[in-house]
Design a protein. Structure first.
Length: 167
């Protein structure tokens, strides 16, 4: 984990400790190239949870992120088991069973729902934090199209030249 994110994580940790157990859908807004933070805190007596986060993408993108479990031994801990993404142009949900480093590629513009599933293993509850962002799909520059067209024209010229020379 990069050190520049530790300050943000510390703030999220403090806020999540004030939070409550499993909540309705939390809207993260439109994802961009900046990190968007999410997380939740659970009290003792909660055994498992499913949290839902909605977000939208303005254009074709890949979404990546990571989660961090606040682990204080058997006293305060959660174990995340999966992160699932649905909505948008997806015909079926995509699941990532490595929530510590999640990634969903090839997404189109639209609204999505992310489902975070885990268990609370701490005697006094537990918390997790996460960050997510969208990385826009690369768009070819006009110069790339011009160079490609020039290359195809060159190949066409060579094929024509060979067929004329043989004929």
């Amino acid at each position: 984990m990069k050190y520049k994110h530790l300050g943000s994580i510390a703030v999220m940790a403090a806020l999540s400790l004030i939070g409550s157990a499993a909540q309705a859908v939390t809207n993260l807004g439109t994802l961009g190239s900046s990190w968007t933070y999410f997380g939740s805190s659970f009290s003792a007596g909660t055994s498992s949870f499913t949290d839902y986060y909605s977000f939208s993408l303005a254009g074709d993108s890949s979404v990546s992120g990571k989660t961090f479990e606040i682990d204080i031994g058997k006293w305060f801990n959660v174990d995340l088991s999966s992160v699932t993404l649905s909505g948008g142009s997806l015909s079926s949900a995509l699941s990532d069973t490595t929530p510590s480093s999640l990634s969903f590629a090839g997404l189109t513009a639209g609204s999505y729902t992310m489902e975070v599933v885990g268990t609370v293993t701490g005697l006094f509850g537990g918390s997790y934090l996460g960050e997510i962002r969208a990385v826009a799909a690369p768009v070819p520059e006009p110069a790339d199209f011009a160079l490609m067209s020039l290359g195809l024209a060159g190949v066409g010229w060579m094929v024509r030249r060979r067929s004329v020379a043989r004929g």
